[in-house]
Design a protein around this ligand. Structure first.
Ligand SMILES: Nc1ncnc2c1ncn2[C@@H]1O[C@H](COP(=O)(O)OP(=O)(O)OP(=O)(O)O)[C@@H](O)[C@H]1O
Ligand SMILES: [Mg+2]
Length: 250
């Protein structure tokens, strides 16, 4: 059984085809990078997998169960979590308060009504225990807007891990980061529990290779090629796509 199966997914926006028959599967515990130029359809693919938008055709399976018709919250309840390309944090709250909000959002409402004070204390303890393992713990009382971009990205990843998901989708966790900040985020992703399946979008091929077991290259809405580092590095079509791209994210 695979953690995730994407089977012949297509989508149109206003008559324009953005994804064409995209198929791939990700093993349990695998780290898979999706790379490809701007506008290739990477975020759209994540939106379809997480249930934010409906595909025109094809199906999605999570641990063998078909989830194509499920709303996003039902997919989340089955263990699927994600981060967004555009930051999704509360800038005026502290680091710890942001994690607290995440824990609260994942706590079933019946526990919130029941003994309010003790459930708050429990959620705060949960939030603290989720932060303690990471470097950002030192900044737990700082407002998020005062963190560096790299620290904000780290916090987003911690929030995505909050509900102990089985599959995590990270949409460009290193986008806009300096090389020094990227050098902090990469080991953090590599420290995530190895049983967690990770699917991440990355522009920089070298960064993708530092994390991924395998890479899928998306180009103009199609999976161009898929493979290990040596297979991707040696692929002529990939070289052509990347030579044509330039440093568009600088
Ligand atoms: N909701 C939408 N309505 C119409 N067109 C859309 C919508 N979302 C995305 N698109 C278009 O679909 C194409 C793929 O967009 P998408 O955001 O998936 O690309 P991407 O690979 O994530 O790019 P980037 O590297 O810039 O993040 C683009 O041409 C984009 O303009
Ligand atoms: Mg994108």
């Amino acid at each position: 059984m695979n953690a995730l199966e994407v089977n012949r997914i297509s989508v149109n926006f206003g008559g324009v085809k953005v994804l064409y028959d995209c198929s791939f599967s990700v093993d349990i515990g695998e780290k898979r990078a999706i790379i490809g130029p701007n506008g290739a359809g990477k975020t759209t693919l994540f939106n379809i997998i997480s249930g934010v938008i409906k595909p025109t055709g094809g199906d999605i399976r999570l641990f063998g169960q078909e989830i194509t018709a499920y709303p996003a919250h039902r997919r989340a309840a089955l263990g699927l979590a994600r981060t967004f390309q555009i930051t999704n944090l509360f800038p005026n709250l502290t680091v710890l308060e942001n994690v607290f909000m995440g824990v609260q959002a994942l706590t079933p409402t019946k526990y919130l009504f029941y003994r309010r004070t003790s459930s708050c204390k429990k959620m705060l303890e949960d939030a603290e225990s989720q932060l303690k393992d990471w470097d950002i713990w030192d900044k737990k009382d700082q407002q998020v807007r005062n963190l560096s971009h790299g620290e904000q990205r780290q916090l987003e990843i911690i929030l995505a891990l909050s509900g102990k998901p089985k599959v995590v989708l990270l949409d460009e966790p290193t986008q806009g980061l300096s090389p020094a900040e990227t050098a902090l985020v990469v080991p953090m992703i590599n420290r995530i529990d190895p049983s967690t399946t990770i699917l991440f979008i990355e522009h920089d091929m070298d960064v993708a290779f530092k994390i991924a077991d395998r890479i899928s290259v998306l180009y103009q809405g199609r999976i161009l090629v898929e493979g290990t580092e040596s297979q991707i590095r040696g692929n002529r079509e990939v070289a052509e796509v990347y030579l044509g791209m330039g440093d568009h994210h600088a």
